[in-house]
Design a protein around this ligand. Structure first.
Ligand SMILES: *[C@@H]1O[C@H](CO)[C@@H](O)[C@H](O)[C@H]1NC(C)=O
Length: 317
């Protein structure tokens, strides 16, 4: 913290009326509860069903759930208490922590979505070679790549931000510490930091996004021809993947890639990818997927059976 005098940052949350704030509070709270319960449920289902746990697609899905929980926890709990109290601050350390965790989970998730696209591409376009291409070991190394890639990116962003001096200005017109706004509060070295960040983002985000687009483009082109039972099932899996991709990338592109910014609208878009999308992922995957629904039914039966047995034990003793 060389030269820094700022020890905390002030958030200007949502400057709307109190009823509107309470409405937002309800939405965020509902989403956060869904994030925690829904994603935990997905991880429990996948790990309790051996048939799913051996299939790379579901291992990827369980990992995505874990990342969704991490991403969802960056801003939502604090936003809830801030909306309750009206107004808020965050410590310097808390701000840096938000940057690491947000960029780590966001990037790891972005990589993972690309890996999932590649996985579906191989499954649909090269079904006979699928088990040799996406074997246990490759699946594991792809996941390690996603997690470490995300971690490196997150730490890199944080190091850039932490070596900038902040000499007084400390008001962020946002509900979490977002790099583009934080950078403007620094009193020197802004230009170099901005270039580093753009280069870093371009190196990370562009290739993985292009791979994602390419995979789904090829899949869609392949599927257009065959609409038998197999084709339709593949299309329905892919459409839920695509829906998640759009929900995730759409608001992010909106916030980060357009030149001028209207902070109120940007804040709503940020709520979308920080809070709403991580809550929608589990719903999209479990409600639209027959295998997940089947596993959920089995789990419920097992659970009910164990309750009955326990009930009997209690009544016998
Ligand atoms: C993520 O994937 C790995 C397999 O490579 C698996 O062992 C692990 O359980 C997965 N994580 C979750 C939360 O399911």
């Amino acid at each position: 913290m060389n030269g820094s005098t700022v020890t905390e940052f002030v958030f200007l949350d949502f400057s709307c009326t109190r009823p509107a704030q309470l409405f937002l509070l309800t939405v965020v709270l509902t989403c956060y509860i869904t994030i925690l319960l829904g994603n935990t449920l997905i991880m429990v289902i996948v790990s309790s069903e051996p048939r799913l746990f051996q299939c790379p697609m579901y291992l990827f899905l369980a990992n995505l759930s874990l990342l969704d929980m991490t991403l969802g926890s960056v801003a939502a709990p604090k936003l809830v208490t801030d909306l309750l109290n009206g107004g808020s601050t965050i410590s310097y350390g808390g701000c840096m922590a938000q940057i690491v965790v947000f960029h780590f989970s966001g990037t790891a998730e972005m990589f993972l979505l690309s890996v999932m696209a590649y996985d579906r591409y191989v499954a649909i376009c090269h079904p006979l070679r699928y088990t040799t291409i996406i074997n246990q070991q490759r699946c594991f190394s792809l996941l390690v790549l996603c997690w470490t890639g995300g971690l490196i990116h997150g730490v890199f962003q944080m190091v850039i931000m932490a070596q900038l001096p902040y000499c007084g200005a400390n008001v962020l017109d946002n509900f979490f510490c977002d790099v583009p706004q934080l950078i403007k509060l620094a009193c020197s070295g802004i230009y170099v930091a901005e270039i580093l960040i753009v280069v870093n983002d371009a190196v990370i985000a562009l290739p993985s996004f292009l791979m994602l687009l390419l995979s789904y483009a090829i899949i869609l082109a392949m599927l257009c021809g065959r609409f038998g039972k197999g084709g339709r099932k593949a299309l329905s899996t892919c459409s839920s993947h695509l829906m998640v991709v759009v929900l995730y990338y759409g608001p992010m592109f909106f916030v980060y890639l357009k030149p001028s910014s209207n902070t109120q609208v940007d804040k709503m878009a940020s709520v979308m990818y920080m809070v709403v999308t991580p809550a929608l992922n589990p719903l999209i995957y479990t409600l639209r997927n027959q295998d997940m629904k089947g596993a959920m039914r089995k789990l419920r039966q097992k659970f009910l059976a164990s309750c009955l047995i326990r009930g009997n034990e209690i009544s016998f003793s």
